[in-house]
Structure formats: structure tokens, C-alpha cells
Design a protein around this ligand. Structure first.
Ligand SMILES: Nc1ncnc2c1ncn2[C@@H]1O[C@H](COP(=O)(O)OP(=O)(O)OP(=O)(O)O)[C@@H](O)[C@H]1O
Length: 699
């Protein structure tokens, strides 16, 4: 929780991913040969008896022998670790059993037959199953892990929020994976009502859940997989102050403990090594947090492998050294000095734990990359909207953050839908993480939310983002959420309007694409068949108390105060309006782009494809945001109009005043409509441009 006055209090364990306020050591009491004891009592055990050399000020001895506790691997880091082959000596006992046990045994390429045979041999002849089982603690016998997992974590109200008497508006039922946001809204007649927004995710963690439990729910299941060429990525997403850093901070340490334990027990003497790197993306540029924030350069080679030139990687053998590296990197991380929360982070911090393996047991050759675990503490999500109020630098940063969060969402969605084309070129963040989006990968997104009524809008935005990450996925929420809506439907005052479709978004996509004779939906078809547009058409027919339900979001309006003079004015349930439709539209848009790219005479280059797609997605998001804003302004204007009408009815009213205010209101209304219309036309033109290309060049 925040300390007094909204400033953070840094506890003894708060250093990972945190900014300069945490700089400096001294929070840890060292226990030579026996690990390290934190002042709060928790003990980290060093898994090797030797005590590592201290790391201070980036002066770790470069090129130390691999036998030492840490080793700096200077120069070029090949992030494209995923053409990695397991080296020929891999038939050592244990790996086969481990890969089977953890559910990752199927990930080998077909081409790697010799290796597969070796593994078979090792299983039957060298490492009997029962021995293996005894060698592994219960918690490591993990079931196969979902490719994408979206988890929400709610933090407790902090002192500042309590002193401002803000309410906790998030309800999480025990042992459920759903949550409800209670949003208080004002009607036109200024009476209050509550909108309930219900969401379902893979897991929902309430304020009582400890960091240990977060680790068990998110990262722990994927750790064994990285010994078998999997790339796992864990993101923390959310507004400033929602608990991203608090959540992410302990994860790499806990993961490294598990990795080192596996390396020294299950995979003992198999040549595995652990490397740590830590860098940030700030304003679209890369900086090495373990090398005095020196600027890094990202390059792509002829085979489209992404490399970060100059990134320092440290070989580590004990948790204590990792902790020190993380502390050092966190202290170097950029934090902004502008905006509402001056301590908020405006950069993405990326900490990577890479598993490599010695080639033929030979220390003179560079070790081969095997798997990787990345932890990403994203910039505050609301910073993406920070494009107007601050200085130029802040605006540029805001735009970059916005771009990267948008691109990230699209990449994860593409990944979960097994799309062959991943739009990773959309931002520096996704480019850098390119290797995490190809091959065998696992992604965990932890969406952090604040419970307070004052953060309602940001919380809803975070949940919508998380929802869109998965809502259209094959194994995602769309279908499984349908039953959830049923009890809520039953509880509503009046029956669901007959036009509310019971569709899953992916079914709609299929439906649309099936109806197209040419393999992609024509733009006109697409527009007509959008279910949410059908909703919008019918919106004025809504009555008080009706409920909307899309596949995984439920809108229920509870009237708190009745009898208002404007109760017949339909209010747009923005959550419903946005969710199903945006998801559908985006995928159709992507399909359009993909298909248009598959056939044209002048083939677009991959770069162009990504640019087109990302530009369009961005423009679309801007349009929807502008529409929502305009709607909110219209409601304000309506309120104002009603006031002046009321006053006009009073005896002795000032006609001049009435005329002037009405004139100003009408101008505002007209300006809003003109602005939105021109945005809409511009977007239509962009869609047409793409479709013109499509139709002109299709056979
Ligand atoms: N689950 C939690 N339980 C207790 N305290 C929490 C929890 N989550 C966050 N906090 C506290 O809330 C404050 C803000 O959290 P944190 O710094 O992690 O936010 P953040 O999302 O990383 O913000 P920024 O984007 O500005 O870095 C901190 O004081 C933190 O200790």
C-alpha cells in the first residue's frame, strides 16, 4: 500500500523493478554459505555453497571463467534463441522424463528424430520412471500449461483512498474466476445508478492473496518448460499504482530459485547455465539496466533474428547474485517526473532469465540457448493516453506506450489463435519480444487493478484490455463464459430483449467469413453483420432494468433513484457496446488485411503489412475512443440544456442569458458531431483504400 501522502513506502523486499527510490543496498543480511536472510525473516537459500563475488556499479569482471559464480557474457545477445537446438549430448538421463512429466514432451520438431530416439532410450534403459518420480517433489509434476493465461490481481485499498472515503467497487467471489465492477453513474436528471460489469478470466486473485500464491498461480507452472526450449513471458499490466511492481517484484527471484534447484538436482551435471539480463524500453529506445543504462541497439539479421547489440548478460549460480543484479537494475530504471504520480513508471522493464547449455561439455565454446523466462513490468497503462496535457517529451512517450500496449495485445491474441503472422513489428516492445511470440511459448498476463471507486475508469480499461487479449482465442473465454451470463439474466427485472444475440465472438467471425464467396468479408457485409451495430440501431428501445449480455461481459443497470424527468432517455451501455464488437471488428480487420495481402498482384512486404495493420488498428481504437468521449460530452450538454430549459420556465428569467447559452450549446453539439463525422469518414476512407486494393487485384 502507499505510505502517507500517496508516496510509496519501500519495504525491505521492494526492490525489483523499482526506481531510484530503492537504490542502495543494505536491506539484506548475508549468510555466508547458507543463503541470505531477509530482514523480514524470509530466507533465500543459496543453492551452491560458494559465495559469489559482489557486483557493484556494473564492474563485474568480464569474461570470468564459467566455473565462477557469475559470468558476464558481453556483446551480442541473440534474442532469437528459438532456433536453438538441443545439443547432441542431450540423451543424458532425466530430460526425457522431465519433459514428459511437465507436459512438454511433445514440443520437439519432427525433424529432430535422432534426439527423440535418444530420449526414448534414456527413458527405458537409464532412468526408470519410479526413480524419476522419487527425484521430483510433488509440486514439479505440473500438468500441461495453457498457452496464454490471463490473471487479474486486485490490490487492497490504500490509506489515501480510505482517507478520501473511496469505496471498494470490485467484488470477487471466493474460489471463482470472475469479478464484478460496480460503477456508479449519473443519469441525466443527476440521480445515481450502478452499472455492474462482470468479467471472467483464467484466475482472479483478491487482495488477500499473497505474492507466493501469485507465483504458484502464474510462473511456477512454466518454469520446468524452459529447460525444454520453451520461451515463457510474464507481463504485469495496469494503471500506475495498481500493484504491477509489487506483483512482479518477487517473481524472478522465486523463479530463479526453482530454476537453480532444477539445474542442481534434476538436471545436475547436464551443462545447463543460467543467465540474467535486465533492460528497459523508454520512449522507444533500449537501455541496459545492468550497464549504467547504456544505450542499446536492436538489429535484425538476414534470417530475421533479433539481436540486442551490447546487452550485458550475467551468468549466475545463486539467488543472492540474481537479487543483487535485480536491485542494481531496478535502481537504474527510469521513472517519470511529470503527471499525477511522479513516481510512476513510464518505461517497460524487461528482466530475462535465459537457460543455456554447454556444447559437448566444452567451456571454450559459447553455450547454446535453450529456453527463456521473461518478466515484463509494463509502463502504467493510462500513460498511453498521456498525449495532450504534458510537454512534448511526455507526449512522445505516451504515444510510444500506447503503441506498444496495443501491439502487445494484438501479438498475444495472434499467438493464442495460432496465427502464422504475428504483428510484432508494431512496436519496439513486441519486436524485442519477437522470440517470445514464435515457436513453443507460454504467456502469462497479470492485470493489476485498484479497488477504489476513484480508479473505476482505469480499472475497466485494464479489464477490457485483458479481456480482449483472450476473448477471441480458441481456448479462450468466449465460449466458456456463456453459462455465466445465465444466472444474471435470470436475476434481471425484465426478460432479455429478443435481439440480444447469444453468440460467441469467434462464431460470428466464422459466420461472416463463411458467407463470403471470395474468402474474405466485403466491407459492406462486415458492417451490416456486426452484431453490436445492430444493438446500436436498437438502442433507443431500451428500458430501465434491462440487461445486455455479450459472451463474456454482462451489463446490468440498477436504478437507484426513480422518477427522474429524463427516465425515458436511453443510456448506452458502453461495456456491452464495446466488448463484443471491438473483438469481432479487430479480427475481421486482421482477416481483411491478411487476405488482402495474400492475393494482390503487388505483394506487400511484411513490414508494410504490419505497418498497415497496426495503423488501422490504432485508427480504429482512436475512433472508438473519440466516439465514447463525444457521447459523454453529449450527456453533459443534455444536462446543461435541461437546466436552461428549467430556468426558462421560471418567472422573470433572463431571455438574453437563455439565448446566449442555447447558442453556445448548439455550437458545441455541432462541433462534436462534425469532428466525429470527419474521423469516421477518414477511417472509412482507410478501410476503402485497403478494400480497393483487394478487389482491384483479386482474380
Ligand atoms: N496486493 C497488494 N497488497 C499490498 N500492497 C500493495 C499491493 N499491490 C500494490 N500495493 C502497494 O501499492 C503501491 C503501488 O504499487 P506499485 O508500485 O506496485 O504500483 P505500480 O502499478 O507498479 O505503479 P507504477 O506504474 O507507478 O510503477 C505500493 O506501495 C505497493 O506496495
Amino acid at each position: 500500500m502507499n505510505g502517507g501522502g500517496g508516496r510509496r513506502r519501500y519495504s525491505s523486499e521492494q526492490f525489483l523493478f523499482d526506481g531510484p527510490a530503492n537504490a542502495g543496498a543494505g536491506r539484506w543480511a548475508q549468510q555466508r554459505g547458507g543463503g541470505v536472510r531477509r530482514r523480514d525473516g524470509e530466507i533465500f537459500v543459496s543453492v551452491e555453497p560458494a559465495t559469489p563475488a559482489r557486483l557493484r556499479g556494473g564492474d563485474a569482471p568480464a569474461g570470468e571463467s564459467p566455473g565462477k559464480m557469475q559470468q558476464l557474457s558481453p556483446g551480442l545477445l541473440d534474442l532469437h534463441a528459438f532456433d536453438t537446438e538441443l545439443i547432441p549430448d542431450f540423451q543424458v538421463p532425466g530430460m526425457y522424463a522431465a519433459s514428459q512429466k511437465f507436459g512438454y514432451g511433445e514440443v520437439l520438431d519432427d525433424s529432430d528424430m535422432s534426439f527423440a530416439q535418444n530420449k526414448q532410450m534414456s527413458k527405458s534403459t537409464i532412468f526408470p520412471e519410479n526413480n524419476y518420480l522419487r527425484a521430483f517433489p510433488e509440486k514439479e509434476k505440473t500438468a500441461p500449461v495453457a498457452k496464454i493465461k490471463v490473471v487479474v490481481r486486485k490490490r487492497p485499498l490504500n490509506k489515501k483512498e480510505i482517507s478520501k472515503k473511496e469505496e471498494d467497487i470490485i467484488d470477487i467471489e471466493q474460489r471463482s474466476n470472475s469479478l464484478t465492477v460496480h460503477e456508479t453513474k449519473l443519469k441525466v436528471d443527476l440521480t445515481e445508478y450502478v452499472e455492474r460489469h462482470e468479467f471472467v478470466f483464467d484466475a482472479v486473485l483478491d487482495e488477500d492473496v499473497s505474492n507466493d500464491e501469485v507465483y504458484r498461480e502464474t510462473v511456477e507452472p512454466v518454469v520446468p518448460a524452459i529447460f525444454n526450449r520453451t520461451k515463457a513471458t510474464c507481463f504485469a499490466y495496469g494503471q500506475t499504482g495498481s500493484g504491477k511492481t509489487y506483483t512482479m517484484r518477487p517473481l524472478p527471484l522465486k523463479a530463479s530459485q526453482d530454476i537453480l534447484r532444477l539445474m542442481h538436482h534434476a538436471y545436475r551435471n547436464q551443462g545447463f547455465q543460467l543467465f540474467v539480463s535486465f533492460f528497459e524500453i523508454y520512449g522507444g529506445k533500449l537501455f541496459d539496466l545492468l550497464n549504467d543504462r547504456s544505450k542499446l541497439c536492436m538489429r535484425e539479421d538476414g534470417k530475421q533474428k533479433v539481436c540486442i547489440v551490447g546487452l550485458q548478460e550475467y551468468r549466475v549460480s545463486d539467488v543472492e547474485t540474481i537479487k543483487e543484479l535485480i536491485e542494481k537494475g531496478s535502481a537504474t530504471r527510469s521513472t517519470g517526473t511529470t503527471g499525477a504520480n511522479e513516481e510512476s513508471s513510464r518505461s517497460h522493464a524487461i528482466l530475462q532469465l535465459a537457460i543455456k547449455r554447454r556444447v559437448d561439455g566444452n567451456d571454450s565454446k559459447p553455450p547454446r540457448p535453450v529456453g527463456k523466462l521473461s518478466f515484463i513490468d509494463l509502463a502504467g497503462s493510462e500513460r498511453g493516453a498521456d498525449t495532450t496535457d504534458n510537454d512534448k517529451q511526455t507526449r512522445i512517450e505516451g504515444a510510444e506506450i500506447n503503441k506498444s500496449l496495443l501491439a502487445l495485445k494484438e501479438c498475444i491474441r495472434a499467438l493464442d489463435n495460432d496465427q502464422t503472422h504475428i504483428p510484432f513489428r508494431g512496436s519496439k516492445l513486441t519486436e524485442v519480444l519477437r522470440d517470445s511470440f514464435i515457436g513453443d511459448s507460454r504467456t502469462v498476463m497479470i492485470s493489476c487493478i485498484s479497488p477504489s471507486s476513484g480508479s473505476c475508469e482505469h480499472t475497466l480499461n485494464t479489464l477490457r484490455y485483458a479481456d480482449r487479449v483472450k476473448s477471441l482465442s480458441k481456448g479462450g473465454n468466449a465460449k466458456k463464459d456463456v453459462p455465466l451470463a445465465a444466472p444474471l439474466r435470470e436475476s434481471c427485472h425484465s426478460p432479455l430483449p429478443s435481439f440480444v444475440p447469444s453468440f460467441s465472438a469467434s462464431e460470428v467471425i466464422n459466420d461472416i467469413t463463411e458467407r463470403s464467396n471470395f474468402g474474405w468479408p466485403k466491407q459492406q457485409q462486415f458492417v451490416k453483420q456486426q452484431p453490436a451495430l445492430a444493438f446500436a440501431d436498437r438502442m433507443p428501445k431500451l428500458k430501465e432494468g434491462v440487461e445486455f449480455s455479450s459472451s463474456n461481459d454482462v451489463y446490468v443497470k440498477e436504478q437507484r433513484s426513480k422518477g427522474g424527468m429524463a427516465s425515458n432517455i436511453a443510456e448506452v451501455p458502453d461495456i456491452m457496446y464495446q466488448q463484443g464488437r471491438q473483438a469481432v471488428r479487430k479480427t475481421v480487420l486482421e482477416n481483411n488485411m491478411r487476405d488482402s495481402i495474400a492475393y494482390p498482384a503487388r505483394r506487400a512486404q511484411p513490414d508494410e503489412e504490419d505497418e498497415h495493420l497496426n495503423d488501422l488498428l490504432q485508427e480504429e481504437e482512436d475512433l472508438v475512443n473519440a466516439h465514447r468521449k463525444q457521447l459523454e460530452e453529449t450527456l453533459d450538454i443534455l444536462r446543461e440544456e435541461m437546466n436552461i430549459l428549467d430556468e426558462a420556465d421560471q418567472p422573470g428569467n433572463q431571455l438574453d442569458d437563455y439565448v446566449a447559452r442555447l447558442s453556445s450549446i448548439l455550437s458545441q453539439k455541432a462541433a462534436g458531431i462534425v469532428d466525429l463525422k470527419s474521423r469516421l469518414e477518414q477511417f472509412q476512407r482507410r478501410l476503402n483504400e485497403n478494400n480497393v486494393l483487394l478487389y482491384a487485384e483479386s482474380p
